[in-house]
Design a protein around this ligand. Structure first.
Ligand code: GLP
Length: 248
């Protein structure tokens, strides 16, 4: 019997507000897979009967879950379970492949552009190479379980990974190729993140519903010796991606 079928026992005397307990029960039903993404959850009326609490209490729980991005509403149709977000931990350097795999999804890429270009002055400076030195540019649409999640454009000094464009960049991880083939181990990064409106091309590639923002991430990634070796511009679907940080 599922969590939402039985009458969940709520602690009515304890310090945890009832709405937070209702939220926790629904949250467990989502994380256990009982309520799958895009499934409609029972109505406010049904939930209030099942939990033995007021509709106001249920509404407060649902509203918070909508704000957190765990649920979404379709006008006149009800409340649905949202797709689980992919988390990028901010205190540890991870690759796209690792972030997506950690969520139990299958990562893949579509190569949009792969070429060499002379480094513009500012970028050359940041990457510690001479202006005009060869830069590798790799632009990929990144997908999780076949669904577009991000567009990433990596720039790397060609001298640090000569011939990298000859590798299969559509399957597997760029970081893995850099490590395996060039002994280039990316270990730390400086990242800036902002929400912004997508361009028309980004909206199409990411299959973004109208009105949704992208998370724009700029990142300078360094190798183990602290040498800046990659500059990445990426646009992530704002509704599918979550940045995670622990503050101490
Ligand atoms: C993350 C980073 C990018 C990096 C990519 C490499 O998404 N934000 O800066 O280029 O990982 O991913 P992969 O090794 O899966 O190709």
């Amino acid at each position: 019997m599922g969590l939402l079928d039985s009458a969940p026992v709520l602690d009515r005397q304890g310090p945890t507000p009832i709405y937070a307990q209702v939220k926790a029960v629904i949250d467990r039903a989502i994380s256990s897979g009982e309520l799958e993404p895009h499934r409609r959850i029972p109505s406010e009326r049904e939930l209030s009967a099942r939990f033995g609490v007021s509709r106001m209490t249920v509404r407060q729980a649902l509203l918070e879950m909508i704000e957190d991005g765990q649920l979404y509403t379709r006008s006149g149709k009800g409340t649905y379970v949202a797709e689980r977000k992919i988390e990028q931990p901010l205190q540890r350097l991870t690759s796209f492949t690792q972030d997506v795999t950690a969520r139990g999804l299958r990562p893949s890429s579509r190569l949009l552009q792969a070429d060499l270009l002379p480094a513009p002055i500012e970028l050359a400076h940041a990457l510690g190479i001479g202006p005009g030195a060869e830069l590798v540019r790799i632009r990929r649409l990144r997908l999780a379980d076949g669904k577009p999640l991000a567009i990433e454009t990596s720039h790397l000094p060609h001298a640090r990974c000569p011939g990298v464009l000859e590798h299969d960049l559509e399957h597997g991880s760029l970081y893995e190729i850099l490590r395996r083939e060039y002994g280039l181990e990316l270990a730390s990064a400086r990242q800036t993140i902002e929400a912004s409106a997508p361009t028309r091309e980004e909206r199409q590639l990411l299959e973004l519903p109208a009105g949704l923002p992208v998370l724009r991430i700029h990142r300078f990634t360094s190798d183990r010796a602290g040498l800046v070796s990659e500059f990445v511009q990426s646009a992530y679907r704002g509704d599918r991606y979550q940045l995670h940080v622990e503050l101490r």
